[in-house]
Ligand binder design. Structure first.
Ligand SMILES: N[C@@H](CCC(=O)N[C@@H](CS)C(=O)NCC(=O)O)C(=O)O
Length: 238
């Protein structure tokens, strides 16, 4: 695992799981010691949404890419961080956190001045609704299809589920399409974590060709995504 530091001063550092690299002298090591936040992730994975969050918050962090091909997510070191063997994992001081939405919520709550979670209780309720909707209703069918396409071992893949997954996703997108009428942001009057998560999941849907009948969703996720150009650091380091 190699790691890179993002934020105001991106900098390449080296493997946390290869102690020989840690002994490299000079600036790289010095900066590693100053960074409190580490993000374990992979290119084109749910760690993208955490990178976006950190970007919105202006938090400097170290990115530790997990190489699935090398099975680094199943290494004993990584399983100590997340026993499920999945990214993203955020380490912030003593706190080790997995589950992307939990990480996003934690970060939004840690930096309330950035306004990524509403403060008014009713608007917060609305935000909770859309966060859970994004993950359990909208993302779930995409994830089920992905699992049966390339995640599960071949003997466990059931291509017959594709059609129902696509149907389910399109049904749920209709809800988002209607809710977005006349709105720039999904809750309140400014960008929040809700927009970030919805945009991430809608972009995934668009990527697999399932957003063709949803013009508002299309415009919405593209507009939200313009706030952040992914650093692709994870990708570069693979
Ligand atoms: N519910 C988890 C899902 C995490 C997840 O499935 N991550 C994928 C990458 S996007 C992963 O690490 N997969 C590796 C595997 O399933 O073996 C979250 O939102 O963080």
């Amino acid at each position: 695992m190699d790691s890179k530091i993002h934020g105001a001063r991106p900098l390449v550092t080296h493997s946390l799981l290869s102690p020989s690299n840690l002994s490299r002298p000079g600036r790289e090591k010095l900066c590693t010691n100053l960074i409190r936040v580490k993000l374990y992730g992979a290119a084109r994975s749910r760690s993208d949404r955490i990178e976006w969050m950190l970007h919105e918050l202006g938090v400097e962090y170290e990115f530790v890419p997990i190489d699935f091909v090398k099975q680094e997510h199943r290494s004993p070191e990584f399983l100590r961080l997340n026993p499920n063997g999945k990214v993203p994992v955020l380490v912030d001081g003593d706190l080790v956190l997995y589950e992307s939405a939990a990480i996003c919520l934690y970060l939004a709550e840690k930096y309330p001045e950035k306004g990524l979670m509403p403060t008014d209780l009713n608007t917060r309720g609305d935000a909770f609704r859309w966060i859970f909707f994004a993950l359990t209703e909208l993302e779930a069918p995409l994830w089920t299809k992905a699992r049966h396409t390339f995640i599960y071992p071949e003997r466990k893949r059931v291509p017959e589920v594709f059609e129902s997954c696509e149907w389910e996703f399109r049904q749920r997108v209709k809800t988002v399409e209607e809710a977005l009428e006349g709105r720039t942001y999904m809750v309140g009057e400014s960008f929040t974590l809700v927009d970030l998560l919805l945009a991430e999941v809608l972009a995934w849907g668009a990527h697999v060709g399932l957003l063709t009948d949803s013009p508002r969703c299309q415009v919405y996720y593209e507009l939200m995504k313009k706030r952040y150009a992914p650093t692709k650091k994870g990708q570069e380091s693979l």
